[in-house]
Design a protein around this ligand. Structure first.
Ligand code: PRX
Length: 644
């Protein structure tokens, strides 16, 4: 189907938008000309205990130091809760929609404030102090948001681990940040199935002696083992503490949270975000990117275990006094209309999801969508991976009935919030393009040597200067921070993404240029999957690459060399897939396993991934130069045995 390449700003949206094109141009010009003045004004969207006088103090060279609002003092939970009590204490802060369509909850700002204070007091009673790392391993229930905010209230640093990760992945993250307290639930629910969170915790903690206390929220009420002296039921502890807890005054650069994310090498790294800049960025981007108006109902479908959930379920919407919707379930349960039924049930105005979900829903056709009204919808958002124009138009036309702008949002765990997007009231959309930089964001494209390319061009996507929501360091490993982001192209923050810029200045993200793959909008390091595979006793060697996948965006394609004497059977294939699911989590399970008697290596022993990617993508006619390989016949063999 052919579609227009440019979709103009809708006049009825522009007329009421917070930012129209002239205002966007003006903001961008002011932010570029005088960042200090621009952000000094924007910082006032946040309540400060001590208002900062120093605004920006950042350097991308040498030791790399990023400080924003450094002499300011604030508390993130106060900004999400206390400051709203006088004006909107009885407004709903969180609408919770259960996995079961008959279950939902409405929690007002006043109730949320009391819940957060109670959990904060329980944490203090367990010995939590400012600066402690508290791990959160929760299903999508209200208490997950309460847990984040309770940590923020007492100045503890939360580290949320996605509930779909395995005990091993959880243990690694607990050990890396030396966490002493963990908040979890008995079980989670997803699509009618149960997720055994507490059982996973028990398994993980066998290798985590530093972890002293486990706070357990009763979610499903299933019977679970409780370890005396370590495990505490939240509802029992909460009954014994007051519903008021004084907020800890935090310096702007005191850490707010750690969130582990995959890179090209090694174990996932702990991305560290601090309090002041992150809160300003979360509030600023939530308001402008979604053209959020007072009273609107905002639904971000991410899990709180990912950065999207942190910024656009919890901190951004709550800082702005919005009503945020938390959904425990999955889009196709009990049926494929579920998402739109939830939209109608709760009158959702702004809906934010990932292209993979759109493509999956699109496969079920228009009928499940058209059975619902969706009249409340005003703005649609996309995040996590490039959205293909076909999915964009379906989202716009079938879901949005051609009256809701679709805003793509490019960002990363490291960036804290959106950097490149098309503000709905200001910027014409080009489906497939992420859009233009937000005010104060300075993207640039560099070639392989780090030279800036001008005009319409393609290359590596970098940022020339800092923005308030930028990560500050890799927790416990500042050298890794410098190495990962600032050494490839000195002086710039390197995103790891490739991008094209067109003649109108729009950015088109072409995908990762490193060994990170993006599976259903989730980041996975190929090295992580490889190390899980080689941990299997029958595997001698493994190489993992991404390949184009119709629904997931990218799938995981694993080349596996077995130890001699082992037979490549279908049973073993299944066993390896289950093995990786257990080692890392279901999101890391390979889609394809290709038995490889040998892997293409250079004479120095480096695996030529470029060739493996081509074979995985079935582009075997364009393998390029293979003459530098130690044994070119390996390639012929792989091509001949390509998985069907
Ligand atoms: O490759 C880009 C892709 O997702 C990566 C960041 O993943 P993560 O840190 O898990 O954060 C996901 C949610 C922000 C990026 O390096 N990505 C994210 N959003 C887009 C995108 N690629 C294209 N278009 C997007 N809108």
């Amino acid at each position: 189907m052919s579609h227009p390449e440019r979709v103009k700003v809708m006049p009825e949206i522009a007329a009421h938008a917070l930012v129209n094109r002239a205002q966007y141009d003006d903001m961008a010009a002011r932010a570029a000309a005088d960042p200090d003045a621009f952000w000094a004004a924007e910082k006032d969207r946040i309540d400060w205990i001590t208002s900062p006088t120093k605004i920006k103090n950042t350097s991308f060279t040498g030791d790399v130091s990023i400080k924003w609002f450094e002499d300011g003092v604030l508390n993130a939970s106060v900004n999400c809760l206390d400051r709203h009590l006088a004006t909107r204490g009885d407004q709903v802060a969180i609408i919770w929609e259960g996995d079961d369509p008959n279950e939902s909850r409405h929690v007002t700002y006043r109730e949320l404030h009391a819940d957060v204070c109670r959990m904060a007091n329980v944490l203090v009673a367990l010995g939590a102090k400012k600066g402690d790392r508290i791990t959160i391993y929760m299903p999508m229930i209200v208490e997950a948001a309460v847990a984040l905010l309770a940590c923020a209230r007492i100045g503890a640093i939360h580290s949320v681990v996605f509930g779909g990760f395995s005990p091993d992945s959880l243990a690694n993250r607990i050990q890396d940040c030396n966490s002493n307290i963990l908040i979890t639930a008995d079980e989670g629910r997803r699509g009618g199935r149960k997720v055994p969170l507490k059982t996973n915790v028990d398994a993980a903690l066998k290798s985590c002696p530093m972890l002293k206390s486990v706070l357990v929220v009763k979610a499903t009420g299933t019977s679970i083992a409780m370890t005396a002296g370590r495990d505490v039921w939240y509802h029992e502890a909460a009954a014994a503490v007051p519903a008021e807890c004084p907020p800890e005054p935090m310096k702007a650069e005191d850490p707010l949270f750690i969130l582990y994310t995959s890179g090209s090498t090694g174990k996932p790294k702990g991305v560290l975000h601090t309090t002041g800049g992150y809160m300003v960025w979360a509030s600023f981007t939530h308001q402008y990117v979604f053209d959020y108006h007072e009273g609107e109902i905002f639904w971000c479908t991410a899990d709180v275990g990912w950065v999207t959930g942190h910024t656009y379920i919890v901190y951004g919407p709550l800082a702005n006094g919005a009503t945020t919707l938390m959904f425990e379930g999955v889009p196709n349960y009990p049926d494929t209309s579920r998402v739109w039924q939830v939209v109608d049930k709760h009158n959702v105005n702004i809906f934010y999801t990932a292209p993979t979900a759109i493509r999956a829903l699109m496969r079920d056709g228009d009928a499940p969508v058209k059975r619902t009204s969706r009249a409340s919808l005003r703005i649609l958002g996309s995040v996590g991976e490039p959205i293909n124009p076909e999915a964009w138009y379906w989202y716009s036309h079938v879901v949005g009935d051609d009256r809701c702008p679709v805003v793509d949002t490019w960002w990363q765990t490291e960036t804290g919030g959106t950097l490149i997007t098309g503000l709905p009231g200001a910027i014409d959309q080009k489906p497939g393009s992420a859009g233009l930089p937000l005010p104060g964001v300075k993207p640039l494209i560099v070639d392989a040597e780090g030279r800036e390319l001008h005009g319409a061009t393609e290359g590596n996507l970098c940022l020339a200067d800092s923005w308030p929501g930028q990560m500050r360091t890799v927790y416990g490993d500042h050298d890794r921070f410098i190495q990962t982001y600032f050494s490839t192209f000195p002086g710039y923050y390197f995103s790891g993404d490739g991008a094209r810029r067109d003649a109108d200045g729009y950015y088109w993200i072409t995908g990762r240029v490193d060994d990170v793959i993006n599976v259903s909008g989730h980041r996975m390091g190929t090295a992580e999957v490889e190390s899980a595979l080689v941990a299997h006793p029958k595997v001698a060697e493994a190489a993992v690459v991404g390949f184009p996948h119709e629904v997931k965006g990218q799938g995981i394609y694993a080349y596996v060399t077995l130890i001699s004497g082992e037979d490549p059977t279908d049973d073993l294939r299944r066993e390896l897939i289950i093995w990786v699911r257990k080692e890392i989590g279901p999101i890391a399970a390979p889609d394809e396993i290709h038995w490889a008697p040998g892997l293409p290596k250079t004479r120095s022993g480096k695996i030529m991934r470029r060739i493996l990617r081509k074979i995985a993508a079935n582009e075997t006619e364009s393998l390029g130069d293979i003459s530098t390989l130690a044994d070119p016949s390996v390639v012929e063999d792989l091509v001949a045995n390509r998985a069907a």
